[in-house]
Design a protein around this ligand. Structure first.
Ligand code: ADP
Ligand code: MG
Length: 326
């Protein structure tokens, strides 16, 4: 089973950023309002993710690091309508097979926190407020071949930051902080007051820069079963940031050709030259019309009907860029 977990880890964990993504997923699933990520050496030496979520009962800590013991999917129906970010029940087990993992957690009604060292299985009382801290040290110590493929600390840090950014853009009601080598490298405060669209715009400005807001237009369109909202960069804006193309399906960051192509098609009419526009697009669709379980890293999705999504994205972006044309 250790070997199976290591193979699973190979699929799930490419680099420290993969661990950050999974741990932040879990923190969000637990209802955290504040998530702090602490990294050493770009995350290769140490990744700590702390949250103020619901916590894990002491008697379930051991289960949490066992493969498939805890999958949030209880049935095939759940698989189709998966509502939470995590659903495979193996991220912690996979990470524990290739790194030193420890969990400290406390539920609201517990007298104290408990800490589990996944390697030794040792469970001890600990001190912390309600929530969970997961510590992952010496990633890939057991798979040195993998470790050799890692880039410099600065590159790994950049990937970790990007992983947090992807979550932060879609969860303005959650505060995020990232520390590297004891220095605060990113901080996005949770929205308080204002409406949801104000909060969303504020978070985009915090994460992507205030100029993203001033140089972009709001998108909001319902077409059939698809809702598309967010912001798209002005076609004539001076900024060209193709690295700032963020697409989400039902709150999950995705890389998806249908969405990308739909947005590009809308720009084709108004963009001259080959500049690459930036965008943040949130696609909402009946979960039964999208398969999110196509890849273990959950970045890819498959739509039941790609055309309806393509059309909705294209029309939504066209309407935002050139209202008279749409
Ligand atoms: P999955 O998220 O797919 O269920 P994971 O291996 O990522 O599987 O997590 C295993 C289980 O551990 C989760 O289902 C959850 O019950 C628990 N867990 C992990 N991280 C946290 C956290 N930060 N807060 C509360 N519970 C957590
Ligand atoms: Mg998970």
């Amino acid at each position: 089973d250790a070997l199976i977990s290591q193979i699973a880890a190979g699929e799930v964990v490419e680099r420290p950023a993969s661990v950050v993504r999974e741990l932040v997923d879990n923190a969000l699933d637990a209802g955290a309002t504040q998530i702090t990520v602490r990294l050493l050496a770009g995350g290769v030496r140490s990744i700590v993710v702390e949250d103020d979520g619901s916590g894990i009962p002491a008697d379930q800590l051991v289960l949490a690091v066992q493969r498939h013991a805890t999958s949030k999917i209880a049935s095939l129906d759940d698989l189709e309508a998966v509502g939470t970010m995590g659903f495979r029940g193996e991220a912690l087990a996979a990470i524990a097979s290739i790194a030193d993992l420890s969990l400290a957690s406390r539920t609201a009604d517990a007298a104290h926190a408990s800490r589990l060292d996944a390697r030794s299985g040792e469970l001890q009382p600990a001190a912390r407020a309600t929530g969970t801290s997961v510590e992952v040290r010496e990633l890939f110590f057991a798979t040195p071949a993998r470790r050799k493929f890692l880039k410099t600390d600065a590159t790994e840090l950049a990937h970790c930051l990007e992983a947090v950014r992807r979550h932060a853009l879609v969860r303005p009601e959650v505060g995020f902080a990232v520390w590297h080598e004891g220095k605060l490298v990113a901080q996005w405060r949770r929205a308080t007051g204002g409406g949801p669209s104000q909060a969303a715009a504020q978070r985009i400005a915090d994460v992507l820069g205030a100029d993203f807001i001033t140089q972009s237009l709001p998108v909001d369109l319902h077409l059939g079963p698809v809702h598309v909202h967010g912001r798209v960069g002005l076609p004539d804006a001076a900024r060209s940031r193709p690295d700032q193309q963020y697409a989400y399906v039902n709150g999950r960051f995705v890389r998806d050709r249908v969405i990308t192509h739909g947005a590009r098609a809308a720009y084709d009419d108004v963009l001259h030259g080959n500049r690459q526009p930036s965008w943040v697009l949130f696609v909402t669709i009946d979960p039964l019309r999208v398969d999110v379980n196509v890849h273990p890293t959950k970045i890819e999705v498959r739509f039941r009907d790609g055309r309806e999504v393509h059309q909705a994205v294209r029309h939504a972006v066209e309407e935002a860029l050139a209202p008279s044309r749409a």
